[in-house]
Design a protein around this ligand. Sequence first.
Ligand code: PLP
Length: 491
Amino acid sequence: MESGGLKPMDAEQLRENAHKMVDFIADYYKSIENFPVLSQVQPGYLHNLIPDSAPHHPESLQNVLDDIQEKILPGVTHWQSPNYFAYYPSNSSVAGFLGEMLSAGLNIVGFSWITSPAATELEMIVLDWLAKLLKLPEDFLSSGQGGGVIQGTASEAVLVVLLAARDNALKRVGKNSLEKLVVYASDQTHSALQKACQIGGIHPQNFRVLKTDSSTNYSLSPDSLAEAISRDLTIGLIPFFLCATVGTTSSTAVDPLLALGNIAKSNGMWFHVDAAYAGSACICPEYRQYIDGVEEADSFNMNAHKWFLTNFDCSALWVKDRNTLIQSLSTNPEFLKNKASQANMVVDYKDWQIPLGRRFRSLKLWMVLRLYGLENLQGYIRNHIQLAKHFEGLVAQDLRFEVVTPRIFSLVCFRLLPPHNDEDHGNKLNHKLLDDINSTGKIFISHTVLSGKYILRFAVGAPLTEWRHVNAAWEVMQDKASALLARLSVE
Ligand code: PLP
């Protein structure tokens, strides 16, 4: 590119270069199966491949693309590979990509309504659409006291509602009572809640992590919640926040929302539901039952960027009472004052989130909903769940393995059975098996620990995954298990 008289946004140059970039990305998707799914580079690998300082003179796009091919892609773990089965998925799609492209293209910063009315208004409309697909209670719609907002992540979502709940509780019990406020969750709740408590100034000893076990399939027992609350009340503490999960990170456990919500309500607590992964499935009537009881919740969150074809990031959060959130997070400096905001005629999303600036993320979700439609989206979810069910069947047929927790959505938790019932040995064996599997680069799976058992997680949900990939993945796992067990029997 020319150095003199820089034209950083020339329409024709954009057209030409963006076409090249789209070609590059389309070719990437065509050849994605050729890469090792889990990047096989060593820490610091890039240091010697990239110059120590930025260039003085412009370089060509082709040179940069060559570097991406040779130096960057080897250091990429391919989340969009059909052979990616780790953690939870983080979906990309043509529709999501187009929305992302448009958002980058317009590059607005929509913190107040006035800074781009369409960004605020489309976000409200699209989140109302999604709330209706999920059959969320009407209180969550923007037509009443509530409404939806797109956060970057589920972690930000739980943080903002925790802050709102904290301030609301302090208003009730007195602002000097912060150290008495207690948060409740299960030992399966995502660590995002712990981080929110740390940021929110909740006393570390007032974070109740209630134990779960296989007797409830790792869901939170209402009795154990009620007991913990009653103990805390007896010693003068103030229960104020409960986080339940639908589809826990380790094993997709589903907390009983109705029973938990009733307990939270009768104790004047804020009830947050984290359905970051499994929320997407609830657009299908047959899975909607898993969020029955959401009527009792004050806030509900699902990550459209996980399993809903919306490119990262897009975490949808709904609250029943937007004013609580706004009272906690609103600021009103002179330089942001404007007629529409002052007259209270508009939503200013800056007051629903941590940062000021925000992207036009609703474009992505809007594209996904419009270009695919509900029926296709339901089919997409159902297909992944069928694939996971198929995988579960394959595991069950191999007597060397066991399925550890019942599969509900598209995650299968399984392990090699410990030889001679020696759990310690079993844990080491499964850890080794995981490393052996992932170092092939053919597939990528992850692990968790439940009741002291080291467990392998097979999460179906990448947009390109088909039956053949699941079958091939199982072959890799069986081969590696056979090799590992054969080595053991020789030792
Ligand atoms: N909650 C659940 C149930 C999750 O599974 C995850 C991530 O996998 C999170 C929260 C955190 O997600 P985020 O990265 O959007 O903060």
